[in-house]
Design a protein around this ligand. Sequence first.
Ligand SMILES: Cc1cc2nc3c(=O)[nH]c(=O)nc-3n(C[C@H](O)[C@H](O)[C@H](O)COP(=O)(O)O)c2cc1C
Ligand SMILES: Nc1ncnc2c1ncn2[C@@H]1O[C@H](COP(=O)(O)OP(=O)(O)OP(=O)(O)O)[C@@H](O)[C@H]1O
Length: 160
Amino acid sequence: MTEDSTPDETAADEPTRVVAQGTFDILHPGHVHYLEEAAAAGDELHVIVARADNIAHKPDPVMPDAQRRDTVAALEAVDYARLGHPEDFSVPIEAIDPDVLVLGHDQHHDERDVSAMLAEWGIDCRVERASGLDPDGETLVSSSEIKARVRERHTVEPSR
Ligand SMILES: Cc1cc2nc3c(=O)[nH]c(=O)nc-3n(C[C@H](O)[C@H](O)[C@H](O)COP(=O)(O)O)c2cc1C
Ligand SMILES: Nc1ncnc2c1ncn2[C@@H]1O[C@H](COP(=O)(O)OP(=O)(O)OP(=O)(O)O)[C@@H](O)[C@H]1O
């Protein structure tokens, strides 16, 4: 912001901030696809990486919280990555103050519920749904699929 800019000019110059979120345990091309699509929805992509303690719908991540955050932050599409709040999900969202929130193609969150939650927090933000990256039969595009492949190929049978 320049010192002589008017409030109107400042608002027009504000980047469009986009938020994406998820677990991101062992990065794969599906994650890259999601984050590139989210980045294309605005000027600045902020990612909230879920804390292991808040992931109740699947087994605990293999990679520690900070490692998942740091690998996501290293992606070209990502401007800022942060760990989510341990208890209050409104805290990171309020700090980012996004214009757009992009949900992943298969995320269990309902768009209308998330919109209502954002409005309750006083955030004026539209909610969009990303597309999925279809597997081509060879490329692994799911963290649980990668973990299953590792178990299948690297399990050593106990000797009798
Ligand atoms: C709007 C929104 C905000 C969220 N904020 C947080 C947060 O602050 N802390 C956290 O641990 N998880 C947060 N989450 C939850 C996770 O990012 C995510 O929904 C889920 O636990 C894992 O999603 P996945 O199965 O797609 O990886 C938030 C989810 C949404 C939709
Ligand atoms: N193949 C894919 N195409 C597009 N987006 C994807 C794909 N896989 C994951 N994502 C998105 O990336 C974000 C983080 O996903 P998550 O970490 O749950 O990955 P995952 O591979 O689906 O994990 P899991 O297999 O454990 O469910 C979510 O928004 C999810 O929708």
